[in-house]
Design a binder for this molecule. Structure first.
Ligand SMILES: Cc1cc2nc3c(=O)[nH]c(=O)nc-3n(C[C@H](O)[C@H](O)[C@H](O)COP(=O)(O)OP(=O)(O)OC[C@H]3O[C@@H](n4cnc5c(N)ncnc54)[C@H](O)[C@@H]3O)c2cc1C
Length: 496
């Protein structure tokens, strides 16, 4: 049976692999010349600038996500690095808090800085320990029988109250309760956007403590190439440079897709792993929406778009494990309204597999407004290029103040804007991970099958709130499971 998949990001590739394992004939149509989507890297001289992978959930062999990565051949025997310090946070007056994945150590260090917040730290650490074992469901909720649902409930009952309590707290409001401003900033740097659920912070600490969120050597490029190779070995096909413009529907059944060059590609089933909004409102012209998707696309908050400055430098940073967060005074203005008071720098040495010995790559990511960059690029390409250059220089100057002489050691530099990420992958508003996991939306998902439309499924980070590579792969697996279920087939996996 022939399944056409739109989009060769990690979700599309994963879906393709699982369909091939189950006897389907999958073909992925990808708009870009290469598969990978947001999981991307680019060459600059001897440096590979990575536009995605900093840490991957599922690097511990006991984790269910690890099983998925094994099924997809994604880790390909490459080394996983779990640093003993995953973030170093510096204060304006020169104090340094090193964030250890070891929760006891983290608790001691945090309390030394902020004894006044000791009881809050204890509660946070306790929640991280309780929630760390949380795993994804083996199959999508839609396919769980009543008995299986009860079993899941029993299994997670001991952590359910903790999960719900933290899920329903907003991160910003939670952090406002800390009396020590430096600790507050540190925790904010660990979790990110204050609109998110505080459970995100708990889970980040829990995953790190379990050594389940490491860095995979070779980064995004090696990771995605390994999955694409696995898909090819399973017999799957990819047609690159092929943009789908619409899903062909006959009698409320998807029967194929139409491409930008007018080609019509027939299919028994169509799975869209492309941008959720473009799929629902353009390819399907808004005809198959339910209440949840209408609401989400009208009111939902998305992960902010980012600017990424990448620098290839001819030096090493032996004193920094993985990333450092620096205070900015004055704040750095990155668009017409967004100002940052901190700048986080990921430091990748030659052990990352992305640069030669003796050199390093510095990556700075800063949230910035998609509209600002997209409009500037469209209306005034010269100003767009100048603004990018000016920002790169400002970031270089900040880093030069912290690492004396750095500006003379920069050999390669570039800046990717929210417009770059959106242009390259079509993600709505340049979002880097789909929906923002707020107290309201965390744990929710949008429909994988659409009301009134047969033979059509959706997967990718617009379906599982919170996004990221694991959610993308999981949703591709879930879509394949739903297709098997619809055809009365038992879903099976084949070890890589
Ligand atoms: C800067 C950055 C850092 C990140 N860091 C991490 C990290 O450290 N860890 C982590 O887990 N996640 C990280 N993420 C998130 C992660 O990259 C994404 O959540 C994940 O890659 C999404 O995969 P996807 O397949 O759902 O979507 P995408 O990667 O967006 O794939 C969709 C694919 O569909 C294609 N497409 C779109 N429209 C069409 C069309 N009409 N026809 C044909 N093809 C089409 C696109 O070209 C693309 O290849 C990061 C993201 C960014 C941007």
């Amino acid at each position: 049976m022939r399944v056409v998949i739109i989009g060769a990001g990690v979700a599309g590739l994963a879906c393709g692999c699982y369909l091939q394992m189950n006897g389907y004939e999958a073909e992925i149509l990808e708009a870009n010349p290469l598969p990978g989507g947001l999981c991307v890297a680019w060459d600059r001289g001897p440096y590979v600038f990575d536009g995605c992978l900093r840490w991957l959930l599922g690097t511990h062999p006991s984790s269910k996500f690890h099983r998925i990565w094994r099924e997809l051949g994604a880790l390909g025997g490459r080394q996983v690095i779990n640093d003993d310090e995953f973030l170093r946070v510096e204060s304006a007056n020169g104090r340094v808090l090193s964030v250890s994945p070891d929760l006891e150590q983290f608790s001691r260090d945090a309390k030394e800085f902020a004894p006044e917040d000791a009881s809050r730290i204890d509660k946070l650490v306790r929640a991280a320990k309780i929630c760390a074992p949380l795993e994804p469901l083996d199959k999508p909720l839609e396919l769980l029988s009543t008995l299986e649902r009860i079993k899941v409930l029993i299994r997670y009952f001991p952590i359910l109250m903790t999960l719900l309590r933290w899920k329903n707290k907003g991160l910003g409001a939670y952090l406002a309760g800390y009396r020590n401003p430096f600790l507050r900033e540190t925790l904010e740097a660990l979790a990110g956007d204050g609109r998110m659920s505080a459970l995100v912070l708990v889970m980040v600490l829990g995953w790190r403590a379990r050594r389940n969120a490491g860095y995979v050597v070779g980064g995004s490029r090696a990771f995605v190439r390994a999955i694409a190779r696995r898909y090819a070995r399973l017999g799957g096909a990819i047609r690159c440079n092929t943009r789908v413009v619409s899903v062909i529907v006959e009698d409320n059944r998807a029967v194929g897709v139409r491409c930008a060059d007018g080609t019509r590609i027939p299919a028994t089933v169509v799975v869209s792993c492309a941008d959720g909004r473009a799929t629902l409102f353009k390819m399907l012209e808004g005809r198959y929406l339910n209440k949840a998707s209408r609401y989400a696309y009208r009111h939902g908050e998305v992960f902010p778009a980012v600017l990424q400055a990448s620098l290839g430098v001819n030096r090493t940073f032996p004193e920094i494990c993985s990333a450092i967060s620096l205070p900015l005074s004055p704040p750095l203005q990155v668009d017409d309204t967004t100002r940052h008071k901190r700048l986080e720098v990921a430091v990748l040495g030659s052990d990352s597999g992305l640069c030669p010995a003796g050199k390093s790559i510095l990556i700075v990511r800063l949230a910035s407004r998609y509209d600002y960059w997209a409009n500037l690029r469209e209306r005034d390409p010269d100003s767009y290029a100048q603004k990018k250059q000016a920002l790169l220089q400002e970031i270089g100057a900040v880093l030069d103040r912290r690492f004396a002489g750095l500006s003379r050691q920069i050999e390669q530099a570039d800046l990717a804007t929210p417009a770059t990420f959106a242009r390259f992958t079509g993600n709505w508003q340049g979002s880097i991970q789909g929906w923002l996991p707020t107290p309201r939306t965390l744990g929710r998902r949008l429909p994988r099958a659409l009301p009134g439309l047969d033979g059509f499924f959706m997967a990718g980070h617009w379906i599982e709130t919170g996004g990221g590579l694991p959610s993308a792969a999981l949703s591709g697996r879930y879509a394949a499971q739903m297709i098997c279920n619809r055809d009365g087939k038992e879903f099976r996996t084949v070890a890589a």
